[in-house]
Design a protein around this ligand. Structure first.
Ligand SMILES: [Zn+2]
Length: 221
């Protein structure tokens, strides 16, 4: 008997997928296999297990090009001799897939943001989370609770600020900026409220997040 310690939950999940979902999507998978992927939307979200873009946006195979990291952060453009994971994904999405939309998806109760706010001690000698979150602030910038601001409001404000910062940093990539300016690429911000499952969309004009359920429904593009 072969003993495999692969998680039973995943084996059960795959069986459910293979018997229920796959039959309805088999043609789509074959088509994608032959023609390759051509998603129009890239989502940059957090690793948080509660905030899965494919689940929230009810996406099927080939629809979303997803990049997830701690606190949904996009670094600034740094063409140096180091390896940059987010930049590599962006480069491929924008230059090869010619993605039309990039959505930065922030969320409530983000552990990365909380670690940053609480200035937690390094979790390991590498202090990878500390160094990763440090790029969130600009040199000389101070992030602190405002007078009369509750801790909850402060955390939410910083979680949303992470979306703004990532959108700002996206524009430091020449290949992103060029396509945004030519109108071929649009950048968007969103925020997911975990408890209620509420999605908020950033209204760039007012810099406010508005409930997706209250936005007018547009027909077509
Ligand atoms: Zn998070």
């Amino acid at each position: 008997m072969i003993m495999i310690s692969f998680p039973q939950r995943l084996l059960d999940g795959y069986r459910a997928f293979a018997t229920q979902r796959l039959p309805t999507e088999q043609n789509r998978y074959r088509e994608l296999s032959e023609r390759g992927q051509s998603p129009e939307v890239m989502v940059i979200g957090c690793c948080d297990s509660r905030v899965s873009p494919e689940v929230i946006f009810d996406a099927g195979p080939g629809e979303l090009f997803v990049m997830r990291n701690i606190a949904n952060l996009v670094p600034i453009y740094q063409p140096d001799d180091r390896a940059h994971g987010v930049s590599a994904a962006l480069e491929f999405a924008v230059s090869v897939l010619r993605i039309k939309h990039i959505v930065i998806l922030g969320h409530a109760q983000c552990g990365g943001i909380r670690a940053f706010i609480d200035k937690i001690a390094p979790l390991s000698p590498g202090d990878f989370i500390g160094k990763w979150m440090a790029m969130f602030i600009k040199p000389g910038e101070i992030v602190e609770q405002r007078p009369h601001e509750t801790m909850q409001d402060f955390v939410t404000r910083i979680e949303k600020a992470a979306v703004f910062r990532s959108l700002e940093n996206l524009m430091t990539f020449p290949f992103v900026r060029a396509r945004v300016e030519s109108g071929e690429l649009q950048l968007h911000g969103a925020y997911f409220g975990v408890a209620e499952g509420t999605l908020f969309i950033l209204d760039k004009a007012t810099k406010e997040f508005r409930k997706a359920s209250e936005l007018p429904i547009s027909i077509g593009e």
